[in-house]
Ligand binder design. Structure first.
Ligand SMILES: *Cc1c(COP(=O)(O)O)cnc(C)c1O
Length: 453
């Protein structure tokens, strides 16, 4: 298994060829299968003697890969799609072949240096000081959790012996589920739920109003507030400046969740929406969403990395050689230790193309979104539900109920034409376009709009 023979070379070449084919074509949208269907078509694949490379490759190509949706399809517009650049996707293959350990400087200095250059670009977009820094983690979920754990550790340290009975964090209804889950289920921290405005935005004023109603015990336990820079369902950016002002007055940690929308920082046409973000204590953005990297990749950045290091450095005798003072060990900044150098595909693409190409690609998706919005405005059968900030359009088909949306959505997928799922807003069923793929065209959107007549 570990010898590079003629046979392994042939296997590797056939896989490389498949990779090149996939990079070079627009893969079909494909379709999910049930476990029963896959048991029939793929059967038992793990056996005592192995099924051999030829059969395993064939199974992947003909049965398993077609049972996975292509998130980079231009008419995949559900959830948050992905749209890796060719450079990023190609480099991901090399990362896999290179056995790089991305957790410590000692083991991965070249990779960590490159990743940190990519983090620097993002950090500069946010407007954080030169001393800011962090790590690429698996996704927004781990990024949010790691940031909030660091925030609580900093609060504990600052308050010394006067700790509250319960810790709490301020969020709103549109705050991502991963934040609520991190707080309530993983960290056992309470949430103070502040009502959003008409577009679901958390505002500084609303936080002040809620604060005035809280008993001192609850109020005193608040250590952080989470602002969302691009909500997942609505694509709307919170009143970050207003939130930052309250956080500053109260001495709270300001965490900004830009998992989806943070890419908009690079786009001059929407940059003003993020004003105040430079006051963040921590920030995340998922390059695997709107920054064109393959799964999975989240940039997590702290204003004061030393606070994160105090919270996250794992101590064990065998780790002593890697915990050298002054060296940048990515593992010190999140809840994970062993780490794929998962920022490298993103770094490579940024290095190859330059940041201006990213600005252009993000502006392209915003322009397509504006065209999509015009299509919805012009369609008698549709109604836009929320004024968009970024590249999400949420709208309803007048007169449709749950069953109508489900049937229409299933039909689009069965035809291999598009993946657009129903969602809910304000208690009613509706649908949305989430546009992060620069190859999605206004004509793609027009055809979907027409399919709803
Ligand atoms: C997608 C998303 C997350 C979760 O990120 P994962 O990469 O899926 O773990 C968190 N917050 C927001 C706003 C998101 O859009």
């Amino acid at each position: 298994m570990h010898i590079y023979s003629e046979a392994t070379a042939a296997m590797a070449r056939s896989l490389a060829d498949l990779c090149l084919d996939r990079l070079g074509m627009q893969a079909p949208l494909d379709e999910s299968r049930t476990p029963a269907e896959l048991l029939i078509t793929a059967g038992e694949t793990v056996t005592a003697d192995g099924i051999g490379a030829a059969r395993a490759v064939e199974l992947w190509e003909q049965v398993l890969a077609p049972a996975c949706l292509s998130v980079d399809h231009p008419r995949y517009l559900s959830f948050i799609p992905g749209a890796p650049t060719k450079a990023a996707a190609a480099f991901d293959m090399l990362v896999g072949a290179s056995s790089v350990y991305g957790g410590s400087w000692l083991e991965g200095s070249g990779a960590v240096y490159a990743e940190n250059q990519a983090l620097r670009w993002i950090s500069d977009l946010v407007g954080l000081p030169d001393t800011a820094g962090g790590v690429f983690v698996q996704g927004g979920t781990i990024g949010n959790l790691s940031a909030l754990v660091a925030a609580r550790a900093a609060a504990r340290h600052r308050r010394g012996s006067e700790l509250p009975a319960r810790w709490a964090v301020v969020i709103t209804g549109e705050t991502h589920s991963s934040v609520k889950h991190a707080l309530q289920e993983v960290m056992d921290v309470d949430v103070v739920l502040v009502p959003g405005d008409a577009r679901g935005r958390l505002t500084g004023d609303a936080i002040r109003t809620t604060l005035a109603t809280l008993v001192p015990e609850v109020r005193g336990g608040i250590f952080a507030v989470v602002a969302t820079a691009g909500s997942t369902n609505l694509g709307v950016v919170d009143d970050i400046a207003g939130i930052a002002a309250v956080a500053g007055e109260q001495g709270w940690w300001l965490h900004v969740d830009g998992a989806y929308g943070g890419a908009g920082l690079a786009a001059p046409s929407v940059r003003a929406l993020f004003d105040g973000i430079e006051q963040a204590d921590s920030f995340i953005v998922d390059p695997h969403k709107w920054l064109f990297a393959p799964y999975d990749c989240c940039a997590l950045i702290y204003r004061e990395p030393v606070l994160a290091r105090a919270a996250h450095t794992q101590k064990a005798g065998y780790l002593d050689p890697v915990t050298v003072e002054g060296e940048w060990n990515p593992s010190d900044f999140s809840v994970q230790l062993t780490r794929r150098a998962r920022g490298l595909p993103f770094w490579f693409s940024l290095a190859v193309h330059g940041t201006q190409a990213y600005v252009h690609a993000i502006e392209t998706t915003l322009a397509i979104t504006r065209e999509g919005r015009a299509l919805i405005d012009a369609a008698d059968h549709l109604r836009l539900l929320v004024e968009p900030d970024l590249s999400v359009l949420i709208f309803e088909r007048i007169g449709w109920d749950d069953a109508d949306y489900s049937a229409w959505s299933a039909q689009l997928l069965a035809e291999g034409f598009a993946f657009v799922t129903p969602t809910r807003h304000d208690g009613r069923v509706c649908t949305r376009f989430a546009i992060v793929n620069p190859t999605t065209t206004a004509d793609d959107l027009a055809q979907i709009v027409d399919s709803m007549r």
